[in-house]
Design a protein around this ligand. Sequence first.
Ligand SMILES: *Cc1c(COP(=O)(O)O)cnc(C)c1O
Length: 405
Amino acid sequence: MDNTLNTEILAALDALDASNRRRRLRAFECDANRLISTDGRRLIDVCSNDYLGLSQHPLTKSRAAEWVMRYGAGAPSSRLVTGTRGITFAVEEKLAAFKGCEAALLIGSGFQANATVIPALAALSDTLIFSDALNHSSIVHGCRLAKARTMIFRHNDLEHLAELLRDNNSHRGRRLIVTESVFSMDGDRCDLTALVALAEQHGAALYVDEAHATGVIGPHGRGMVAALPSSVGTVDVVMGTLGKSFGAYGAYIAGSRALIDFLTNRCAGFIYATALPPAVLGAVDAALDLIPTMDADRTRLTTNATRLRSALHAIGLDTLQSSSQIVPAIIGTEAAALAAAQRLNEAGILAIAIRPPTVPEGSSRLRFCLNSALTDAEMDEILSAIANNGVLPAPTSPSPSQPPP
Ligand SMILES: *Cc1c(COP(=O)(O)O)cnc(C)c1O
């Protein structure tokens, strides 16, 4: 036993405390779709990613239960060992059709997908990766694990990306551009049409993470890639999670049949991991029936997000370029963001303070994530708490809308 390990761990935790960056697990209970805090108060949830409320939908719950009773609690092994159940193939086909792709592959989680699919692709040939500065941690881990040279372009700055592509046009191997379609911390979108054109122009491959777009944006919630007109061209690799709008768990890669067959052979996160369990497959199957029918819910989300941004602007807060159900309110310091979250909590609203290293230094923020299950009365409560003098502070420092290059 190494006694220095615990001492160093405690020192690291103290340092996090001292810089207001310590994260703690909070208990919560859920009652009829509403969050209950540890002191028994009902809180309005504006922080979860269950954008369509599907984790609590009767159909997702009943199909999950039904498939457990019919097929069992767990999957027996990784899919290359025992084999693949019919329900797994069926859900993959349904997912591929929903995403408008030839084929889809289920993977354990979104983190696992990004962290292991990017390395599998990079191993094909000498790869240079171009990654947006605000890409999710799982993408960052994928790039590192790929051991490929990775160039970071300024967030959504396609001129910067074009410059990096030009500077490296003597690179003989592959160039792979990786972006999110809706960004998780800023709630803004990439310019997908321009990215597809740029990739085309430079002969680069394009990988798009649709974690926050699928279910919410695009035709019948099919995401931003599905919204591209066929004249524009398309994306090589589409990734998405089943843990957000789908209200379940797991993730998928969608693309060509060849891509999926390749990943079945070369993606460690697929090969060496247990298949998704029947309960999850049942919930995802039901979500795939529901999501295309939920246009009215998506319209409500859009309208409510616009109302929320206006309320935040009215008290002088910056919401960056948010144009989705994710709305950041930039506060500045860690301490001020935590205090604002605390005051909102006292007002019955659960919104979370997001601090570095998740977001750039000086841009600690409240991140509001709206979901379509919020009632009009709850929306009114949120807006009046924001308008209530002193609940949210004026920003403590000019908010950098771009992280340092
Ligand atoms: C949440 C998220 C992931 C990870 O997905 P999980 O299924 O939760 O592991 C990947 N990418 C982005 C952009 C995300 O927001």
